[in-house]
Design a protein around this ligand. Structure first.
Ligand code: 5GP
Length: 207
């Protein structure tokens, strides 16, 4: 079976990554979102094992030492990481695996997995990003200036991503991401692989 693709989606806090990712997942049943582990406290409405696996700092560090993360980073004083084993399993099962991660992790993936497709989401303006963060209601007010400062640094890394998508209207951002994935699947190398598979199916006896 053809292996799935690894897709990194990054962008500053408040840009709407979660909403775009949900829409991409809904549009393609062969897409799976990696559930990260984190040491940050659970927010109201979150459930352990759904948005994140909420674990202690000690447990996170044990997992780092055991090589159990494909990538991890420290972001606003907490660890976040993508557990390796479920990602490998889903890729082997032919699923496209989405990683919704910040830029330090995104850069690690580009280095380790040069075949990964990387997409950076930006807001139409920095003022709009600040307004979205303030209006979100699930982020402690005291943390907002720190998140905005981090966002400024993150924008500096955007040129290293394969694609930049502006999330102004959600429908447009989603259709841009889907267009990227579609055109990636039409790359000559991918098409030739598919043709080879079809030919070997035709050549091998059915029963
Ligand atoms: P939040 O605390 O708002 O859920 O997430 C903070 C940031 O951490 C977001 O930019 C989110 O994309 C990122 N993040 C979530 N999971 C991971 C992960 O496994 N690895 C990395 N590097 N970043 C992550």
């Amino acid at each position: 079976m053809k292996k799935g693709r690894l897709i990194v989606i990054s962008g500053p806090s408040g840009v709407g990554k979660g909403t775009v990712v949900k829409a991409v997942l809904a549009s393609n049943p062969k897409t799976w979102l990696s559930v990260s582990a984190t040491t940050r406290p659970m927010r109201p409405g979150e459930t352990d094992g759904v948005q994140y696996r909420f674990i202690s700092r000690e447990r996170f560090e044990q997992m780092i030492d055991a090589g159990q993360f494909l990538e991890y980073a420290c972001y606003v004083d907490n660890y976040y990481g993508s557990p390796l084993e479920p990602i490998e399993r889903k890729l082997a099962d032919g699923f496209d695996v989405l990683l919704e991660i910040e830029v330090q992790g995104g850069l690690q993936i580009m280095e380790k997995r040069p075949d990964a497709i990387s997409i950076f989401l930006i807001a139409p303006s920095f003022a709009e990003l600040a307004a979205r963060l303030r209006g979100r209601g699930d982020t402690d007010g005291a943390v907002i200036p720190k998140r905005l400062e981090t966002a400024r640094r993150e924008y500096g890394v955007a040129p290293q991503y394969d694609y930049i998508v502006v999330n102004d209207r959600l429908e447009d951002a989603v259709s841009d991401v889907l267009a990227i994935l579609r055109s990636e699947s039409l790359r000559a190398g991918n098409q030739l692989e598919k043709l080879k598979e079809a030919d070997s199916d035709a050549l091998s006896p059915d029963e």
